[in-house]
Design a protein around this ligand. Structure first.
Ligand SMILES: [Mg+2]
Length: 240
């Protein structure tokens, strides 16, 4: 069984700052912080890490109770900011997912630093939930501060779910953290440069395959569906 674990932000969609705007609004709404700070690079981080840092930057104790309060406000207000910000589905994504979901033996899933509820809200907003990622497996940043930890937990959950079945894991992501967490879970990586990181930065992480974006649907689908029995990591292929 081949499992394709797609990152969300910067890989499938660009939310145009909706998450940051929602977090700032949640800090105001939940804690009445008049001018909240959020000097955090979200790229490749888990929401658990981002929300903890947001509390600390605003001189709020990062207690479980405060985190819950902040998250509740964030999830309430996120749909509003998804509507307000002009986010997009990234090039090639709809065609690629449509093609992959028809291939027997390929299982589409998401592995994202988003909270599960936030991941669902984002994917629903962009029309990528129903029929693509509404299955039982969604691996998210709810319980983990670090992406590598999240990836190892995902691998353990998958191994338990598909007990006795050989799994071939792939991560599709846009940050060096996606590449690193893929290695932490023994997965291969197809990386794209649609997030904040340049092609050079992504190439330096040595993903198995690297594309500017996911618009070369035929080539990418062939890679993600092909040679399903090969277990060795593929060499780095840098496409022009
Ligand atoms: Mg990303």
């Amino acid at each position: 069984m081949r499992i394709l674990l797609f990152d969300i932000d910067g890989t499938l969609i660009h939310a145009a700052g909706a998450g940051r705007r929602a977090l700032l609004a949640a800090l105001q709404g939940a804690f009445e912080v008049p001018e909240p700070r959020c000097e955090i690079n979200f790229s490749g981080q888990t929401d658990g890490y981002i929300f903890t840092q947001a509390l600390l930057q605003n001189r709020l104790p990062a207690t479980a109770e405060n985190l819950r309060r902040l998250i509740d406000h964030y999830l309430q207000i996120l749909p509003h900011w998804l509507e307000q910000c002009s986010g997009v589905v990234l090039p090639g994504v709809v065609s690629l997912l449509g093609r992959l979901q028809q291939v027997p033996g390929i299982h589409l899933s998401c592995m994202t630093g988003n909270l599960a509820s936030a991941a669902r809200l984002k994917l629903q907003h962009f029309g990528l939930w129903d029929g693509y990622f509404d299955g039982p497996h969604l691996f998210t940043g709810d319980d983990c501060q670090q992406r590598d930890q999240m990836a190892r937990a995902a691998a353990a959950r998958l191994a338990a779910s598909f007990e006795g079945i050989e799994l071939d894991l792939w991560v599709i992501g846009d940050t060096p953290r996606d590449v690193r967490c893929a290695r932490a879970m023994g997965a291969r990586v197809l990386a794209c440069c649609t997030g904040q990181h340049s092609r050079d930065e992504m190439a330096a992480c040595q993903p198995d395959h690297l594309f500017d974006d996911l618009s070369d649907v035929s080539t990418i689908a062939d890679i993600l569906c092909g040679d399903r029995h090969r277990r060795q990591p593929a060499p780095l292929v840098v496409t022009p």
